[in-house]
Design a protein around this ligand. Structure first.
Ligand SMILES: NC(=O)c1ccc[n+]([C@@H]2O[C@H](COP(=O)([O-])OP(=O)(O)OC[C@H]3O[C@@H](n4cnc5c(N)ncnc54)[C@H](OP(=O)(O)O)[C@@H]3O)[C@@H](O)[C@H]2O)c1
Length: 248
């Protein structure tokens, strides 16, 4: 394990597109074993085939992170198949921006369920194994929206602030078990994320913003590799990165 990455068993939620997919590709190329979770089975299978076709070890479990038992099954499958879980990347997320007065309550619920509860369920699934191993690394995905609040981004920003709070609490609580914790907060990265916005005005604004600034998803994957590849006694707790041209 010269780079402290090779051979590690890494579970990634939201691996069917965007940041999760790019991370699976880069980590697999670096010699990790990747266990992929998301809802779209066809996308997961295609990625698994691609990675194994290149000689990597990859395995997919269709997972909806809003169901605690499904996230547990994903992590259990990783441990059953590969004997341990070294890194849990709680990446699955949803951004549906709209002004509060439009009362898109279902979208608020979806973001809370995926972005907050999904992260907590990932922690619940991985922590018992990592405690027993006395080793592990939990990487949660927040956002610049976890540092700033923007109009029409209120609920999304609230969920991403929550991810940072959960990550800091987790960091303090798991010291005794030799578990590392990292929260990564990206700026605008070109993925499917903005495509789920149903509020027309917000969608138009975000599209313009992303068209102007967004950087490729492997920017995130490299941040993951940086955090993972540190010596075991170095814990990179927070990474905040933006496109160089992004001001907010
Ligand atoms: N792109 C950016 O600019 C940016 C910036 C800051 C933070 N982020 C964060 O980065 C993370 C990844 O987003 P992305 O940009 O890569 O967007 P994306 O391309 O839309 O990917 C989102 C991923 O989450 C999965 N997902 C959504 N709901 C899920 C559920 N209920 N259960 C399981 N998986 C679910 C999706 O897979 P399925 O649909 O197949 O389930 C997909 O793989 C999110 O947490 C997002 O908030 C992104």
């Amino acid at each position: 394990m010269s780079n402290n990455i090779e051979g590690k068993v890494v579970v990634i939620t939201g691996a069917s597109s965007g940041l999760g997919e790019a991370t699976a590709r880069l980590l697999s190329a670096e010699g990790t074993i990747v266990v992929l979770g998301a809802r779209r089975a066809d996308r997961l299978q295609a990625l698994t085939n691609e990675l194994t076709g290149k000689g990597g070890k990859a395995f997919a479990v269709v997972t909806d992170v809003t169901h605690c038992d499904q996230v547990k099954k994903l992590v259990d499958a990783a441990v059953e198949k590969f004997g341990r879980i070294d890194v849990m990347i709680n990446n699955a997320g949803l951004m549906q921006q709209s002004p509060l007065e439009r009362l898109k309550v279902d979208e608020w619920d979806n973001m809370i369920n995926i972005n907050i509860k999904g992260v907590l369920y990932g922690i619940a699934a991985a922590l018992p194994y990592m405690k027993k191993q006395k080793a592990g690394h939990i990487i949660n995905v927040s956002s610049v929206a976890g540092h700033k609040v923007t109009p029409a981004g209120t609920v999304y920003c609230a969920t991403k602030h929550a991810v940072r709070v959960i990550s800091e609490g987790l960091r303090q609580e798991v010291k005794a078990y030799n578990i590392r914790t990292t929260v990564i907060s990206p700026g605008a990265v070109a993925t499917e994320l903005p495509s789920h916005i149903t509020d027309r005005d917000s969608a138009a604004g975000i599209q313009k913003f992303y068209e102007g600034f967004a950087i490729p998803a492997d920017s995130f994957a490299r941040a993951v590799v940086f955090a993972m590849s540190q010596p075991d006694d170095v814990d990179i707790n927070e990474i905040l990165f933006r496109p160089t041209r992004q001001e907010l």
